[in-house]
Design a protein around this ligand. Structure first.
Ligand SMILES: *[C@@H]1O[C@H](CO)[C@@H](O)[C@H](O)[C@H]1NC(C)=O
Ligand SMILES: *[C@@H]1O[C@H](CO)[C@@H](O)[C@H](O)[C@H]1NC(C)=O
Ligand SMILES: *[C@@H]1O[C@H](CO)[C@@H](O)[C@H](O)[C@H]1NC(C)=O
Ligand SMILES: *[C@@H]1O[C@H](CO)[C@@H](O)[C@H](O)[C@H]1NC(C)=O
Length: 420
């Protein structure tokens, strides 16, 4: 009796350790840093934040271009275009040199990261891999009529079966990718984009408060917007915004954006507090993140909110919709607040209102997935911390708390085995 119990507790302990180690993942920036001939490619992976996206995934083949091959792209196109071109070199499958030469029927199509962006119509996000005669392997766009004008040259690194890094001699160019317009046109009309995405209330508030100008002033440096849907503003627990002072309203709206480019992959790998446009002093008006599968949850210290859709990802600007208004603890955290603050637990009672229904985020069950904990295994007991100022210290405590949990479990396992 004792042995199985001890065993299962220990097994649990080790499974937690395993979770902890996947969180670290591989670091493509570091892998490529050992090879100066890929410095340009590596630098673009960082600038476009593709590095974060790669690090957040566990089965990847990265096709790498050396500095010479990269010169046909580098500096010749807007960053958003280079990002799309490089996304096509991130295959969402594992190919080591052996597997490349063993493709059944000698030819296959692989999905790429580009396919996941929603920017790739038809099969433009797929890459054709063909085992050619004489041991050569060719790569090309899967779009019909495309040539296999890129070839495998050598293997750089493999971490079986998570990441394989292979060198190819030319970029794979899907039709139209390089001709894409710079994002400036789209970005010049943020409110138009927001309205089309079902965030008219938010767009109107940005205009009437003047905060839109603050957003626009940071576009060149980088801008990330978390736009609550119109439903989010109608949800139970959202404070009456007409009761806020002008300064509070400005802070609330500035809290919904970052002065940096943080696409989904960067949010997924983030482990720090993220300052918002409302942040002026240390530890004020910041956000933390956790993940649940492929989802990113934002934590304000009052209530969590799920990142729903990507409205626009055009380096260095990214606009997301979120399914809750982000309520900063600085305005809504104190229970005896002058504003009709929501009960701090409001997030745990997500009133199955129409709010969850017709919106684009209906992908996940409307039930309480927002309840902080699911999936974000190694985080501190979030339900408690979410409601308290202790949350402010939570980030520094995150990994120690995991350690504490492990130590506790191990001690428990030992004491159980002693008892029997
Ligand atoms: C590889 O990915 C799996 C998940 O698919 C993960 O459990 C494992 O820790 C990863 N291994 C390495 C070396 O990163
Ligand atoms: C990856 O490595 C680079 C270079 O060593 C470092 O700057 C970066 O912070 C690392 N990223 C992560 C997520 O650890
Ligand atoms: C890949 O391209 C080659 C050459 O154009 C073509 O013959 C082959 O059918 C393609 N493979 C697939 C799986 O579409
Ligand atoms: C912005 O987009 C909206 C909706 O698409 C449109 O009505 C408006 O005229 C656009 N504004 C500008 C300045 O282009």
């Amino acid at each position: 009796m004792a042995a199985p119990q001890t065993f299962s507790l220990l097994a649990f302990t080790f499974s937690l350790l395993a979770v902890a180690s996947t969180v670290t993942g591989s670091n493509i920036t570091q892998i490529l840093a050992d090879f100066p001939e890929y410095s340009s490619f590596n630098s673009y992976l960082s600038q476009t934040k593709l590095a974060d996206e790669i690090n957040s995934r566990s089965t990847i083949t990265l096709l790498v271009l050396n500095n010479g091959a990269m010169s046909s792209l580098a500096g010749k196109h807007p960053l958003s275009v280079i990002k799309n071109a490089l996304s096509l070199l991130v295959l969402l499958d594992y190919y080591d040199p052996l597997k490349l030469h063993k493709i059944s029927q000698g030819t296959t199509l692989s999905t790429t990261l580009y396919q996941t962006t929603g920017n790739a119509p038809g099969n433009l996000g797929f890459v054709n891999i063909t085992d050619l005669k004489g041991g050569k392997v060719g790569f090309g766009s899967a779009a019909s009529g495309s040539k296999l004008d890129s070839s495998y040259t050598k293997s750089i690194k493999q971490i079986p079966y998570n990441i394989s890094v292979l060198e190819i001699d030319n970029p794979i160019i899907a039709p139209g990718v390089l001709a894409a317009p710079a994002p400036s046109a789209a970005v010049s009309n943020i409110t138009g984009l927001l309205e089309k995405a079902g965030c008219k209330t938010f767009a109107d508030l940005l205009v009437s408060s003047g905060v839109l100008k603050t957003y626009e002033s940071t576009i060149e440096k980088g801008l990330t917007v978390f736009a609550p849907s119109d439903e989010a503003f109608k949800a139970a627990g959202v404070p009456d915004l007409t009761k806020l002072t002008q300064a509070e309203k400005v802070s609330l709206l500035e809290y919904h954006a970052l002065a940096e480019y943080k696409p989904k992959g960067s949010l997924k790998t983030n482990k720090n507090k993220i300052p918002t446009l409302a942040t002026s002093g240390a530890g004020k008006y910041d956000l933390t993140t956790s993940t649940s599968g492929d989802e990113v949850i934002l934590h304000t210290g009052v209530a969590p909110s799920r990142v729903a859709d990507t409205v626009l990802d055009a380096t260095p600007v990214v606009i997301f919709t979120v399914d809750k208004v982000l309520l900063p603890a600085e305005l809504f955290g104190k229970p005896p607040s002058p504003a009709p603050a929501p009960a701090p637990e409001s997030d745990t009672a997500p009133t199955p209102s129409p709010a969850e229904g017709p919106s684009p985020m209906a992908a996940s069950p409307p039930a309480p997935p927002m309840d902080d904990s699911p999936g974000s295994a190694p985080s501190d007991s979030p339900a408690a911390s979410e409601n308290t100022k202790a949350k402010n210290a939570a980030d520094g405590v995150r990994s120690p708390s995991l350690l504490t949990a492990l130590v506790t479990l191990t001690a428990l396992a030992v004491s159980v085995s002693l008892c029997y």
